[in-house]
Write a protein that binds this ligand. Structure first.
Ligand SMILES: NC(=O)c1ccc[n+]([C@@H]2O[C@H](COP(=O)([O-])OP(=O)(O)OC[C@H]3O[C@@H](n4cnc5c(N)ncnc54)[C@H](OP(=O)(O)O)[C@@H]3O)[C@@H](O)[C@H]2O)c1
Length: 267
């Protein structure tokens, strides 16, 4: 039987790669969600096989209802929800203040919860089904200058861990994907890619998509991508002083990235 797979943030980067990867599964029909309609239309046409899209700002009040109505209108059960849409605006707290935290939480956390709340009844009805939340290694290890982003991803990771336990008895698997550095439009990782020493730290959207498939269709609870980034998260727990020294003593400089904010502002 055909099942729906909803992918948010499907207009670029990891979400686009995920939609293309999921489209290779014979029993899945993908639903693309993001704001840029021209991108979504072109991708749906490229995929074919009944792919469709909802062009919506996920922070809008009516966004969850619009996505749910679209899914219900298609008539197939909802097998997979990939909460991937996200953004970052780089700023210290002294510069960006609460407003930067608020707008980041709105996209990376609140919008995910609101969409999941609207779709959970459909996922339960279609169980066994799955949710994949795309957080970040920054949701386990924080760096200077990205506090708002880390706060949103820490929140998302914590909520996902809890939802995993709550929904397991209902047959709704909750997988968490924590990317490290992946070169995309919103997160170009230009500085890391420019240096031979750090180039190999940067992965591809396709690798991100494979991790999402493993966490969703493969029902893995948690995936770092690339996998060695899990070591940073483990070190943060067992050797926090060492991690602070590395990040505070030049590591933060090495890992400085241009984030979604800059790209979003240029759009
Ligand atoms: N790349 C990395 O290094 C990295 C590392 C860790 C975590 N992540 C996470 O991976 C996810 C995907 O990021 P990416 O690297 O693929 O970046 P990206 O290429 O900038 O993609 C972000 C996607 O989110 C969508 N989006 C942003 N705000 C939205 C809104 N208000 N409503 C609807 N859609 C919205 C964008 O589409 P529209 O602009 O068309 O709306 C776009 O499709 C994000 O959650 C990000 O935090 C990425």
């Amino acid at each position: 039987m055909t099942r729906l797979a909803i992918v948010t943030g499907a207009s670029s980067g990891i979400g686009e790669a995920t939609a293309l990867r999921l489209a290779r599964e014979a029993d899945l029909r993908v639903v693309l969600v993001a704001r840029r309609e021209d991108r979504l239309r072109a991708l749906a046409e490229r995929i074919g096989r009944g792919a469709s899209y909802v062009a919506v700002d996920l922070t809008a009040a009516d966004a969850p209802a619009r996505v749910r109505e679209h899914a219900e209108g298609l008539g197939d059960p909802l097998g997979l929800l990939v909460n991937n849409a996200g953004a970052a605006w780089r700023a210290t707290f002294a510069d960006g203040g609460y407003e930067n935290v608020r707008r980041t939480m709105e996209v990376n956390f609140d919008a995910v919860l609101r969409l999941t709340e609207a779709l959970l009844p459909l996922l339960r009805a279609a169980a066994p089904s799955a949710i994949v939340n795309v957080a970040s290694t920054a949701g386990r290890v924080a760096r200077g200058g990205t506090g708002a982003y880390s706060a949103s991803k820490f929140a998302l990771a914590g909520w996902s861990d809890s939802l995993y336990l709550e929904e397991a008895p209902n047959g709704v698997h909750v997988g968490l994907v924590l990317p490290g550095f992946i070169a995309t439009e919103g997160f170009p990782q230009s500085e890391l890619r420019a240096k031979a020493l750090t180039r190999r730290m940067v992965s591809t959207p396709e690798k991100g998509a494979e991790a999402i498939v493993a966490a969703g269709l493969g029902r893995k609870p948690e995936r770092y991508v690339p996998r060695p980034y899990g070591i940073a998260a483990a070190l943060r727990v067992v050797a926090p002083g060492l991690v602070r020294r590395v990040l505070g003593g030049g590591g933060a400089q090495v890992m400085t990235t241009r984030t979604g904010a800059d790209a979003a502002d240029e759009r």
